[in-house]
Design a protein. Structure first.
Length: 563
């Protein structure tokens, strides 16, 4: 009965328009009439914005589930009991974050819209609701992917649930795992891959097109999780190279040491989730509780007036170690010579500056004078510059490139994948760093317009924080110590090692954004190796937690329970 009630709760929130001031709608009503058809543009717009309003409720959770269960952060003493239990995979008691009905509320609203929108309605020869119809399909698929990553196996409900009887029937469905869910939605979305995103204009100083999930990037994710690597690489490639809107790596998006001799103050041009040019799509959040759902991530991550400096999570020792393990390379040019300088890891102005600089760029903590454990305010002031309360990113360009590299590598093209990390992707670099056999085999999967993707604007993603990686002799494509019998043997040798590079880069680039646990899980499942996830998480504090490792060696313990 408890499970049924959760789904029933989701079924009884079929919300058409949103009451959010930010989304600029003027009224709200609850619609239960099953034969009602959405056949007016205003109804359709309000319905879609209402679904986005429901997505606001799960937005913070998508970040916390992916980050707090990973190895890059740890809870502080000030963390809530629910957050601590989430980090320790202790789900025996009810947890406020474990509210699966919130996901099904999004899904059921999508199901209702898809079942009732008038898809045949045309105006001037154009299908009036095709863009919104495709966008809602992508919302539903994206929400199911989040649900599967959090819960493992869930009921796949694709029709609107309107009654308790229907809720009971839905909960009795066989549960689907992430591969089944991905395969279902690959088939569901593919016919709409070329449909342009809806255009609702500017809303609260946002381009509302960024509210919508980029379909091809989502199809890439679904194929990646389903083990369809060539298909995943194709979708990512087609998205990144779309002639209407090619997605390039931002060459200036770096933090660098300005001098080869003085390591005191890096020059910071690095931006991630706080920059809407780097962010491709996001869930907009409200600025006031009065208007709707306000993100709590700033209070969880950062020192604020609201939490009196008692932030709830902080970078783990593992995060410090991963960052410091990188080798920063600097090309030092003079009038007569060019030298390669490797920045030392000791004697720096701040310890956090060792290795890759992205961690330093995004994080700062300072002691507050005059505070002790009995003070009203916490003794430290902590800031994660990545965290913004205005929106929760769903896709950003650099992470799409890294997933593209992951797909290319697993498809059998490790040279191409590593080129994305070390040199940057463009036709000239592909010719220079990918041999002719791999270029022929990969073919269109690595074809880039030389007029758009140029060597002058290309940069390896590792260079965002680790200097001139193209010159780094310690950052190279893995090669077997002795020649192997066949070329395929060499490729098979390289693939897991290049994958380790990619997952490591995802940690450096995507830290604190909610990717880490899911990235580790994806590779652990792919390799049928629970230790790939269990080992780093058990070492998050610097020493191995044997009890936690033993728990995570059983894959069933990775997921929240359906209650």
């Amino acid at each position: 009965m408890k499970n049924n009630k959760l789904l029933l709760l989701a079924a009884l929130v079929i919300l058409l328009p949103s009451c959010s001031d930010m989304l600029e709608t003027e009224s709200e009503y609850v619609e239960f009439e099953k034969d009602n058809t959405l056949n007016h543009p205003t109804d359709s717009v309000y319905s879609v914005l209402g679904i986005i309003g429901k997505m606001q409720i799960i937005a913070d959770r998508t970040v916390l589930f992916g980050e707090v269960r990973g190895d890059l952060v740890t809870p502080t003493e000030a963390a809530s009991a629910d957050l601590k239990r989430l980090a320790n995979f202790e789900f025996a008691e009810d947890n406020k974050y474990n509210a699966i009905s919130d996901y099904y509320a999004v899904i059921n609203n999508c199901n209702y819209y898809l079942a009732h929108v008038d898809t045949a309605l045309q105006r001037r020869g154009r299908n009036l609701f095709r863009a919104e119809y495709a966008a809602v399909k992508s919302f539903r698929a994206w929400t199911y992917l989040q649900l599967a990553m959090a819960y493992g196996q869930v009921p796949l409900v694709t029709d609107p649930v309107m009654t308790e009887k229907e809720a009971r029937e839905a909960m009795n469905l066989n549960r689907s795992g992430i591969t089944e869910i991905c395969q279902y939605f690959i088939n569901d979305l593919t016919p709409y891959a070329e449909v342009e995103l809806p255009r609702f204009g500017d809303i609260n100083n946002f381009d509302s097109q960024q509210f919508f999930i980029p379909m091809k990037a989502l199809l890439g994710d679904l194929c990646l999780w389903a083990g369809m690597y060539k298909e995943a690489a194709k979708w990512y490639h087609d998205y990144l190279t779309d002639k209407r809107n090619p997605i390039q790596i931002n060459y200036s998006n770096r933090i660098v040491w300005p001098s080869a001799t003085e390591f005191v103050s890096p020059v910071n041009g690095y931006s991630t989730t706080s920059n809407t040019q780097e962010v491709l799509s996001f869930i907009p959040m409200e600025e006031r509780v009065f208007d709707g759902v306000v993100s709590d991530l700033s209070n969880i991550y950062n020192s604020t007036q609201e939490n009196n400096n008692y932030f709830q999570i902080t970078p783990s020792q593992a995060m410090y170690d991963i960052s410091a393990a990188q080798t920063y390379c600097l090309e030092n040019k003079t009038a007569t010579t060019t030298d390669t300088i490797y920045v030392p890891k000791t004697g720096l102005y701040k310890e956090i500056m060792a290795g890759d600089l992205r961690f330093y760029s995004n994080y700062n903590i300072v002691s507050v004078s005059g505070q002790d454990k009995f003070s009203e305010y916490g003794p430290d002031n902590q800031t994660f510059r990545k965290i913004t309360a205005r929106y929760i990113p769903t896709y950003r360009r650099t992470m799409v490139y890294l997933r593209y590299a992951e797909a290319l590598n697993r498809a059998g093209y490790p040279q191409s994948a590593f080129t994305i990390l070390k040199h940057g992707i463009c036709q000239e670099n592909i010719v220079n760093y990918v041999d002719s056999l791999e270029r022929t085999a990969a073919d269109e999967l690595i074809a880039f317009d030389a007029n758009v993707f140029t060597k002058e604007t290309s940069i390896g993603i590792h260079s965002f924080g680790s200097g001139d990686s193209q010159d780094n002799a310690y950052y190279t494509l893995p090669m077997p110590p002795t020649q192997l019998a066949t070329r395929q043997d060499t490729i098979n040798y390289q693939i897991p090692l290049v994958e380790d590079y990619i997952i490591n880069e995802m940690a450096l680039e995507g830290s604190f954004e909610g990717y880490r646990f899911n990235d580790l899980m994806r590779v652990a499942l792919r390799r049928n190796d629970p230790a790939y996830l269990a080992d780093p998480i058990s070492l998050r504090r610097g020493t191995k937690n044997e009890a936690l490792r033993a728990l995570l060696m059983e894959t069933r313990n990775w997921y929240l329970p359906l209650r």
